[in-house]
Design a protein around this ligand. Structure first.
Ligand SMILES: Cc1ncc(C[n+]2csc(CCOP(=O)(O)OP(=O)(O)O)c2C)c(N)n1
Length: 288
């Protein structure tokens, strides 16, 4: 069995034929193969959306929860079992819209997670409404005269908040994206990889429109300079889409580590299972 086949499932893929999500999935499987991860060492967490279906197509542990709520679940998974590589797979609507508050607090907490955002600038599963990253003025399926509010700059927010790995990929550039994803999964603490993943059904721009604007960061670009990184994140507004590692800093303590050291003495997942009777007893004491 080849490394990439180890992560294959039998589930029928539900995306539109030709969707760049297929390339993204290929890049993801290729990154996993590069890291030489066993499927039982991987946990994918997602919410709801086209992006959130990706875990169905990868053989591993996964949790598919509520719209926008992948980050808190994944934060708990990573804190309870630091042995796992935990990855959140999410859409920009799911992560920056419904889950925007969780995104902010994940940046503060620095859990040991990789967040892969399929950024198609659209709520794709629900038929193309404007999302937090739709540019001002662009028409979407229910914003007939054009979106009236400024888009969010999520990667700028991540840089300002001191996230130690911030990157952008482009789904059709499979090898480049696989490399970014592998680097992100290896990086300790929170890594954010926003992936430009054009929607071929609802986006008024064809994939070629994105290809004309996407470019790889220059060889002399310094990803350790937060000001340079912030400037790069703002180019999105000017119609230029740099891809690569925009910002990288030394790892910081990860969420849950101090708790484990000072209170639990080890990861929750390694503690002996609590007997059901003990839980019943506590619940009984709390009943009025
Ligand atoms: C609380 C809640 N609000 C709204 C919905 C409806 N809903 C399901 S998927 C979705 C949009 C998903 O868009 P995005 O996260 O960008 O992912 P994509 O489908 O584009 O990959 C919405 C609004 C829901 N399921 N739950």
């Amino acid at each position: 069995m080849s490394d990439a086949e180890r992560f294959q499932t039998d589930a029928e893929i539900q995306w539109c034929p030709g969707c760049p999500n297929f390339s993204l999935l290929k890049a993801f499987r290729s990154a996993l193969a590069r890291l030489d991860l066993a499927p039982h060492r991987l946990c994918l967490v997602s919410g709801i959306g086209q992006a959130a279906k990706l875990p169905h197509y990868v053989r591993c542990n996964f949790f598919n929860g509520l719209h926008g709520r992948a980050l808190p679940v994944a934060t708990a998974v990573a804190a309870a079992n630091p042995e796992l590589t935990t990855v959140v797979v999410t859409g920009e609507g799911d992560c920056y819209g419904e889950g925007g508050n969780h995104f902010l607090h994940a940046l503060r907490r620095n859990p040991n997670l990789t967040v892969v955002v399929h950024d198609n600038r659209i709520y794709a599963l629900t038929k193309g409404q404007g999302s937090p990253t739709t540019p001002l003025g662009e028409r979407r399926s229910i914003q007939f005269p054009g979106v009236e509010v400024e888009p969010l700059n999520p990667l700028g927010i991540a840089v300002v908040q001191g996230c130690t790995f911030v990157a952008r990929g482009f789904a059709p550039e499979v090898e480049h994206l696989a490399d970014l994803l592998a680097q992100a999964m290896e990086h300790p603490g929170l890594s954010v990889v926003d992936v430009i993943q054009p929607c071929i059904t609802w986006d008024p721009h064809p994939v070629s429109w994105y290809k004309e604007r996407v470019y790889r960061l220059e060889d002399d670009y310094d990803p350790t300079d937060p000001q340079a990184a912030l400037a790069k994140t703002r180019e999105w507004g000017e119609g230029r889409l740099p891809i690569g590692v925009l910002f990288r800093a030394d790892p910081k303590p990860v969420f849950g580590r101090r708790f484990r050291e000072e209170i639990a003495g080890g990861p929750l997942a390694a503690l002996p299972p609590v007997a059901v009777e003990a839980i019943e007893e506590v619940l009984e004491r709390m009943r009025p």
